[in-house]
Every structure is written in structure tokens, then in C-alpha cells.
Design a protein around this ligand. Structure first.
Ligand SMILES: Nc1nc2c(ncn2[C@@H]2O[C@H](COP(=O)(O)OP(=O)(O)OP(=O)(O)O)[C@@H](O)[C@H]2O)c(=O)[nH]1
Ligand SMILES: [Mg+2]
Length: 208
């Protein structure tokens, strides 16, 4: 079966919330490959998870930035083939320094120590492009030697000409980062743009 078709079948089958881990000691045993979704608060991580799996509310989407504060685990496949991890968002303005520090530690330790982590998806809002906080995250991923894909979100929110520009800029930046995949994915969870291709990429990354 073609990759995208297989991916679609898999993602429309069993996808189940497994657990939330507020600290590393609550992570599940590393029994399956993991794909992690990271990005600024409000960038659309939970929405992308919902779009990929064709569910409306598998992952909680929020109007309040910074809602997802734990690593949220979802299992895909019957029996389980791999896991998706919705990471807590960063960069929200009103976070107290203590919360930011906890976030940094949790994410850094997870990225460094998780052998089953096959790929991270770093989500970037198409309207904003790569901001300093995102550059910091890219550096963290580079340092942890976690290979990642840059995924532009909310592509439906800007004009085609602006989108082309941001894709080009983002691609150029990605290509300067050792751990980044050279090609940037363009998505809209709202309109379904780029979702089928990304499902295939995730399957490929999980090597299942
Ligand atoms: N127009 C449009 N809106 C989107 C898209 N993806 C997400 N949104 C909206 O953006 C807001 C934030 O989306 P979430 O998926 O909750 O973002 P998140 O990254 O999970 O946020 P945190 O969990 O707080 O870090 C919501 O109001 C979504 O409806 C998209 O592709 N297009
Ligand atoms: Mg979320």
C-alpha cells in the first residue's frame, strides 16, 4: 500500500489517549517509537494532532495559551505501533519564571534522554515565521541531537504570496540547522492542507 494511504488507514483507526506526564518519572515505558509535537503556545499543536487523526477533540485545543502543561501521550495502532507526544507549548508572555524553568527542564530532559524519540515536529505559525523563542527551541533540538521537521501551521490565515515568502525563509533557516529536515511542511488543520502528506511523513519517521 502507498505510504499516505497506509498512514490514513492507521490514523483513522485506533488512536487513544494514554496518559499525561507532568514529570519525567511519569513517562510510559519506552516500548514504542515516539513522535513529539513541539512549538509555541497557541501555534496549533493540539489542532494538528486532531487533524492528523481526524478527530475533533482527541487533544484539547485551547483559547488560553499555555493550556497544555504536560507531555500528553497518544497511542496509534491496534496493536500499538507508535506514540504521539503533545508537548507543552513555550513562549507565552505571562508565564512566571519558575514555570518557564520547569518547562525548560522537562522538555530538555525528555529530548536528551528519550531513546525511542524518532522525530520531533517543530510547529511554526505561518503568520509569524521563526521567532527568537523558536530559534532557542531549534538549538535545544540540535544540542539534544533529536532530528526534527519544521511544520508551518495555520497556512489558511495568510495570503498565498506571503505564505510563499515565509516558506522560503523558514526553509533557509531549517537548512542551517544540523538536526532539521531540509524540507518544511506547510499545513492548515482547519482546511486539511498538508495533512495527508504529514501523516505519511510521521509514519516514515516512526519507521513502522
Ligand atoms: N485558522 C486556523 N486556526 C487554527 C489552526 N490550527 C489551530 N488554530 C487555532 O489556534 C488556536 C490554538 O490552537 P491549539 O491547537 O490549541 O494550539 P496549541 O499549540 O495546542 O496550544 P497550547 O496547548 O496552549 O500550547 C485555537 O483557537 C485553534 O482553533 C489552523 O490551521 N487554522
Ligand atoms: Mg495544546
Amino acid at each position: 500500500m502507498a505510504l499516505e494511504e497506509r498512514a490514513r488507514a492507521l490514523f483513522s483507526g485506533r488512536v487513544e489517549f494514554l496518559k499525561s506526564a507532568p514529570q519525567l518519572k511519569f513517562l510510559p515505558d519506552p516500548d514504542f517509537p515516539e513522535i513529539a509535537f513541539c512549538g509555541r503556545s497557541n501555534v496549533g499543536k493540539s489542532s494538528l494532532l486532531n487533524a492528523l487523526t481526524g478527530r475533533k477533540s482527541l487533544a484539547r485545543t485551547s483559547v488560553t495559551p499555555g493550556r497544555t502543561q504536560e507531555l500528553n501521550y497518544f497511542e496509534v495502532g491496534q496493536p500499538t505501533l507508535f506514540r504521539l507526544v503533545d508537548m507543552p507549548g513555550y513562549g507565552f508572555a505571562k508565564a512566571p519564571p519558575k514555570v518557564v524553568e520547569q518547562w525548560r527542564r522537562l522538555v530538555r530532559d525528555y529530548l536528551r534522554g528519550r531513546v525511542v524519540l524518532k522525530r520531533a515536529l517543530l510547529l511554526i505559525d505561518s503568520r509569524h515565521g521563526i521567532k527568537p523563542v523558536d530559534a532557542e527551541m531549534m538549538q535545544m533540538l540540535d544540542e539534544a541531537a533529536v532530528s526534527y521537521r519544521v511544520v508551518l501551521t495555520k497556512a489558511d490565515k495568510i495570503k498565498a504570496s506571503e505564505l510563499a515568502q515565509v516558506v522560503e525563509e523558514t526553509q533557509a533557516t531549517a537548512r542551517k540547522h544540523t538536526a532539521a529536515h531540509p524540507d518544511v511542511s506547510v499545513t492548515s488543520s482547519e482546511k486539511g492542507l498538508g495533512i495527508a502528506a504529514l501523516r505519511g511523513a510521521v509514519l516514515d519517521d516512526a519507521a513502522v
